[in-house]
Design a protein around this ligand. Sequence first.
Ligand SMILES: NC(=O)c1ccc[n+]([C@@H]2O[C@H](COP(=O)([O-])OP(=O)(O)OC[C@H]3O[C@@H](n4cnc5c(N)ncnc54)[C@H](OP(=O)(O)O)[C@@H]3O)[C@@H](O)[C@H]2O)c1
Length: 287
Amino acid sequence: MNIVMGGTGHVGSAVAEALLDHGEAVAIITRDADYAPALSDRGAEIIEADVTDGGSLRAAFQRGTRAFLLNPPADPSKDTDAVERATAAAIVKALDGSGLEKVVAESTYGAQPGERIGDLSVLWEFEEALRAQRIPAAINRAAYYMSNWDELVQPAADSGVLPTMLPADLMIPMVAQSDLGRAAAERMLSSIDDVGVRYVEGPARYSPADVAKAFAVALGRPVHVDVTPRESWPKAFRALGFSPEATDAYSRMTAVSVDGGFDAPEHPVRGTTTLQEYIATLVAGQA
Ligand SMILES: NC(=O)c1ccc[n+]([C@@H]2O[C@H](COP(=O)([O-])OP(=O)(O)OC[C@H]3O[C@@H](n4cnc5c(N)ncnc54)[C@H](OP(=O)(O)O)[C@@H]3O)[C@@H](O)[C@H]2O)c1
């Protein structure tokens, strides 16, 4: 049995779908079984467990032979780095005594040691903890999620404006959740010695200007990028309800990512979903 964390979210649901497409037995973890009717209809088992309750998570892992691990994003009104460090540690602790033979974990492009740089360091530490424990661990570092643009359909449709903190012409590795799901499912099914880091992104790199163009085509109206200057990032995060700690971490993570060119590797695993296909599906209400 394959256990999938985050099975009601973007990536975990795509992992579960890809495994079900292979005819595999799947159980997804959620805090509330009512969140997952679609996967339940497809034959996935639903296990209620919570990362903050280590016993429930270990019991969920004990029902499988392999597991997909996803550190849940923290509520941005909290100290996100502190909360996500605690949940990552809880996931690793729950592996002890789980009996799993292999795990596949979701990490990020740009994962690196550091302080207050958000997921870049939190997921780096998660990777390090996984490398230090006994169960073989495959790590997929994901590019910038195309789903990060999901919330901008309405502003783009209403006002033709695509607000972003990223430079309009910066080429960024981006990836659709369906491609991340297939890439993770492949490693859930591969041999136990298929471990270590792989990078996963879409078929090409895209800029925010490309995103605006894709929205313009899909919406049938002009859309232009409105770049928030760096000095205004903290104010913009605060306006979205981020805590002072999350504002600091997200601002610093964005700066490191922009300045470092999003850590684009030469030979990533490439999915097939283009940005244009993703945005067209999103606008049609099906992403
Ligand atoms: N955004 C990016 O560009 C990017 C890039 C690379 C990596 N990442 C990483 O990807 C992850 C986010 O993936 P996503 O977008 O697929 O997440 P998502 O759509 O926000 O889904 C979050 C999932 O976590 C589960 N969850 C939340 N709190 C939980 C808890 N206390 N116990 C158990 N499960 C819990 C939710 O399940 P229920 O609500 O059903 O319980 C849900 O299935 C993060 O680790 C992030 O750092 C993001």
